[in-house]
Design a protein around this ligand. Structure first.
Ligand SMILES: C[S@@+](CC[C@H](N)C(=O)[O-])C[C@H]1O[C@@H](n2cnc3c(N)ncnc32)[C@H](O)[C@@H]1O
Length: 330
């Protein structure tokens, strides 16, 4: 591979029809653990959110659940039989439809237009390819170019739209991850909803706490590795979730810890008295508590950002009152 900017290099390494990392048969779960893989309690919480969205929308004749960046359909597959007769469950994913998915799930490459319901994207945006930039000795921002071995050099100066994005969203730092393609991808997904709630969940940072050297890294078989764009590893960079928020909608931001607690998931242990009155129930509850603790741990999955955008509907009740929620600036 010759020198190229990171965005096309990531695009090819992750999604090329031949040899793209995400086209591999083992799927994301073969390389890292998302909330979806960590516990069925995650699907349970998203299911509860879907029921609340349905209620807030006045129980429409058809209600959509759109899982964007659906991986191998683990989340949407678990929820596909909720609200029988009314639910339209979609897995939006570039990789092929996995075997064994319930037939109710509609598998496609693009977000359906005009749906009414819940659009949920867990760890999608961190895999949307993006360009990186650094300053040269004269202080001019230039694209970082990469070759097939992962070696880097500075390329041409930033195009005006990217320079404007950095000036607005990432004014301080040594290395800049230009989130514009994520903003555009999210805006298109939200814009496709007729009415509903759009939720993006990811490793996130805000303007006031951008990591000065960026976050681009690789994962392979459960290990963090150097980000080499050769199709052999995941390539991921945290998401500037404040920049992603589409102006004009009621937008709320919190941590996964708070969101899941509001949706009934916690890491609290069952009372010890249950161990003698209902031993089997106690053991089940104990396992559930362990999974809840993993999903809500502040230093891990619980520290993820949740961005909610309400499209022509109110924010569902259990989340609307959360402390720490804030409306993001337009
Ligand atoms: C980190 S995985 C997350 C999978 C799943 N949501 C989970 O939480 O386990 C990201 C997924 O997003 C998919 N993806 C990336 N860009 C996409 C796009 N533009 N359209 C559909 N899927 C995409 C990738 O193929 C990959 O399966």
């Amino acid at each position: 591979m010759t020198w190229m900017r990171w965005r096309p290099a990531m695009e090819r390494a992750l999604y090329a029809a031949e040899g793209g990392f995400y086209r591999r048969p083992e799927g994301p779960a073969g390389h890292f653990r998302t909330s979806v893989h960590a516990s069925p309690r995650y699907a349970q919480a998203v299911g509860r959110l879907l029921l609340e969205v349905d209620e807030a929308l006045g129980r429409p004749e058809e209600i959509a659940l759109i899982d964007v960046g659906a991986g191998r359909g683990e989340l949407v597959g678990r929820l596909a039989r909720l609200l029988p007769g009314r639910l339209r469950a979609y897995g939006v994913e570039l990789a092929a439809r996995p075997d064994g998915l319930p037939p109710e799930v509609r598998w496609r490459e693009t977000v359906p237009e005009g749906a009414v319901g819940l659009l949920f994207a867990n760890e999608w945006l961190d895999n949307v390819p993006l360009d990186l930039a650094e300053r040269d000795d004269a202080g001019v921002l230039r694209y970082v170019e990469v070759d097939g071995s992962g070696a880097e050099r500075l390329g041409g100066p930033l195009e005006p739209a990217d320079a404007a994005w950095v000036a607005r969203w990432w004014p301080q730092g040594e290395r800049f991850e230009i989130g514009r393609p994520r903003d555009e991808a999210w805006a298109a997904a939200v814009g496709a909803l007729e009415r509903g709630l759009a939720v993006a969940v990811d490793y996130a940072h805000r303007r006031q706490d951008r990591p000065p050297f960026g976050t681009l890294t690789g994962f392979r078989a459960g290990r963090e590795v150097a980000p080499v764009p050769d199709g052999g590893c995941d390539l991921t960079a945290h998401v500037a979730l404040d920049a992603v928020a589409v102006p004009g909608f009621h937008s709320l931001w919190t941590t996964q810890r708070d969101a899941l607690r509001a949706l009934g998931v916690s890491g609290a242990r069952p009372p010890l008295a249950l161990a003698s009155s209902d031993p089997a129930g106690y053991l089940r509850a104990l396992a559930g508590a362990g999974e809840g603790a993993e999903l809500t741990a502040s230093a891990g999955l619980g520290g993820f950002g949740w961005l909610l955008q309400a499209v022509r509907m109110p924010i569902p009740q259990s989340l609307a009152g959360l402390p720490g929620w804030q409306t993001l600036e337009a």
